[in-house]
Design a protein around this ligand. Structure first.
Ligand SMILES: [Zn+2]
Length: 374
């Protein structure tokens, strides 16, 4: 039974408010559909950086199949899933990411991890309870305290925020050694989410330069990919990615991979949309238990390219059963998992990507606006 006494309700509201990370935005069932018949290009060579004793990967099969039909299946872009792992907090990085890595190892899956390069200021999200409609209802569906823990909700308020990437540098390098992709998820997740839309070129480039510098310090090489915190972006960031020669970025909700146009300018760095809703958007709306939610997401897949964003704080902790069920069901149905960088390379090799405008809109189950593919 839920305690609805005034003191309990107050406590719940205060705790819930501190969150945002979870409260990302709902996606209408965004579908790819495109490229369903595309085939014929080979995956990029980098994804074979794996331990010899790991189970065979569903991404790039290094054991060349003998049958022509198998070769066609391997090389096609049919039934592909890109797992994009957003890390929003230090707690998610420290405790959620190792569990996700173990799950992926168990099932031979490669993913793309995006990590904030700066401090964890999750406590700053308290103000969203006053500024974003739907924030509380969404937060209450996912269980804020059990997801983040009290300490994380106090970072930036009672406690100084820890450096997420620097404090977990070894873990980040381990992900890369295991064959996963690593990229940047902003510098300060909360600040980016709340302010990036209104920042000018100088402010935006300063943030990105600092994030890239930390990434290089940790990984020993320049970053090649970026995923926008909270799916918020501006044209100055896209210009910076182009200037630095990024392979792609993933900043919007949409249906496909495309060349982005924003502020009247078309940019040369491909944009890879998150095509599915996120778990927090679906909990309580599309299902309530882990199994029924996994089935909902499986039913939402297309036969083309699907990009699913998961969160280290959710699927890496209390909701890992959901993700394992989803992986098992999809592997059984012949879906293959590829890193976002490999998917982008293969799609680009097919020829010119279409240009789409980036706008801002709302998705079901999420408070606040997000960048969307038009
Ligand atoms: Zn995020």
């Amino acid at each position: 039974m839920r305690d609805d006494s005034p003191s309990s309700v107050y406590l719940r509201c205060r705790c819930v408010a501190l969150l945002d990370v979870l409260l990302v935005r709902p996606g209408t069932r965004l579908r790819v559909g495109l490229l369903a018949a595309a085939r014929g290009t080979r995956p990029k060579a980098g994804s074979s950086n794996l331990n010899a004793n790991r189970p065979p990967l569903h991404v790039v099969n290094t054991q060349a199949p003998k049958l022509k039909s198998e070769i066609r299946n391997r090389d096609s872009l049919n039934r592909v899933i890109g797992l994009k792992v957003d890390v929003d907090t230090c707690e998610g990085m420290k405790r959620g990411v190792p569990k996700l890595a173990a799950l992926f190892r168990k099932h031979g899956v490669l993913a793309s991890f995006f990590v904030p390069m700066g401090k964890d200021h999750t406590g700053w999200t308290v103000k969203r309870v006053f500024t974003k409609r739907g924030f509380l209802s969404k937060a209450s569906r996912v269980g804020v305290l059990s997801t983040y823990g009290v300490k994380t909700l106090m970072y930036g308020l009672l406690f100084p925020g820890p450096n997420i990437a620097l404090k977990n540098a070894e873990l980040l390098r381990t992900l890369a050694e295991e064959g996963h992709e690593t990229g940047i998820h902003g510098l300060d997740h909360v600040y980016w989410h709340d302010h990036i839309k209104g920042l000018n070129r100088e402010e935006t480039w300063k943030i990105l330069a600092e994030a890239a510098s930390v990434y290089k310090e940790v990984m020993g090489r320049d970053p090649r990919s970026f995923a926008a915190p909270g799916w918020m972006i501006n044209e100055h960031a896209l210009a910076w990615f182009e200037d630095k020669g990024f392979a792609y970025t993933s900043d919007v909700r949409g249906t496909s991979i495309f060349m982005p146009r924003l502020g009247g300018v078309t940019f040369e760095v491909p944009q890879i949309s998150t095509t599915l809703p996120t778990l927090d958007e679906a909990v309580g709306l599309k299902g309530s238990d882990q199994e029924s939610l996994a089935q909902f997401f499986v039913d939402s897949l297309t036969d083309g390219i699907n990009i699913l964003t998961v969160h280290a704080e959710l699927e890496g902790k209390n909701w890992i059963g959901f993700l394992e069920s989803f992986i098992l069901k999809t592997l059984a149905q012949g879906f293959r998992y590829e890193r976002l960088t490999d998917i982008t390379t293969r799609v680009q090799a097919l020829g010119n990507l279409p240009v789409h405008d980036i706008g801002f809109g709302f998705v079901e189950g999420r408070a606040g606006e997000v960048a969307v593919q038009k």
